[in-house]
Design a protein. Structure first.
Length: 213
């Protein structure tokens, strides 16, 4: 019989964690555009180990009237108007991503999804702004709860920079590939799984007294 503590729905209080990274044209979610997004869903095996599952990745067209900060473009090395990006409207990308998340939430019997990201407030604010622009009435994410791997890594290994936190955990990191939404999402997912699984190895999960909420 499967131990209920090894069910994904019981690990995070009926919430479904989804790893996200985005690239933008600046730091102000009100005026700058989301131009790339990657999402990795998660799964848990019968022994309770967290693993990566599905990967979704889109290049996004800047919304009309958005501003471009040159420093941000120099950092992420993305030309928002390059036709070879095969970018789509943010509405199409978000609806596709949400359909996949909703499917997995139902499969794992979870109530809401929680954004997992490195410096998660940044990604959360840009994503919520895009949802509002697209007039999407229903989305899978919890209205205020997020899992920030920067904070978790600061607690676990004393590092808050993604590359340094990964290396502290023995996860290889190529700085030349950083600031790609896809690469950073993969690494953030690796880091989050490592954090959760390491806590289990240390004996922190399941707790000695396990309660169903």
């Amino acid at each position: 019989m499967l131990n209920p503590t090894n069910l994904l729905k019981n690990r995070f209080r009926n919430f479904y964690p989804v790893v996200i990274d985005i690239e933008t044209t600046g730091f102000n979610y009100k005026i700058h555009a989301l131009i790339e997004i990657a999402v990795i869903t998660l799964k848990m095996n019968k022994h309770g180990w967290l693993k990566k599952s599905k990967t979704i990745h889109f290049h996004i067209k800047p919304f009309i009237g958005s501003k471009i900060e040159k420093k941000s473009i120099l950092c992420n090395k993305i030309d928002p108007f390059n036709p070879l990006r095969y970018a789509v409207h943010e509405d199409k990308a978000l609806k596709c991503i949400f359909d996949i998340i909703y499917y997995d939430m139902k499969y794992y019997e979870c109530k809401k999804s929680i954004i997992v990201a490195h410096n998660a407030t940044f990604d959360y604010n840009f994503l919520m702004a895009a949802i509002k622009r697209c007039n999407i009435q229903n989305h899978p994410f919890h209205p205020f709860v997020i899992f920030d791997t920067a904070s978790l890594s600061g607690l676990a290994v004393g590092q808050t920079v993604l590359s340094k936190a990964c290396k502290a955990f023995g996860i290889s990191f190529d700085n030349n590939k950083a600031h790609s939404a896809l690469y950073d999402t993969i690494q953030t997912a690796n880091l989050f799984c490592k954090l959760i699984n390491q806590w289990k190895k240390f004996g922190g999960w399941p707790p000695k007294k396990y309660y169903y909420y």
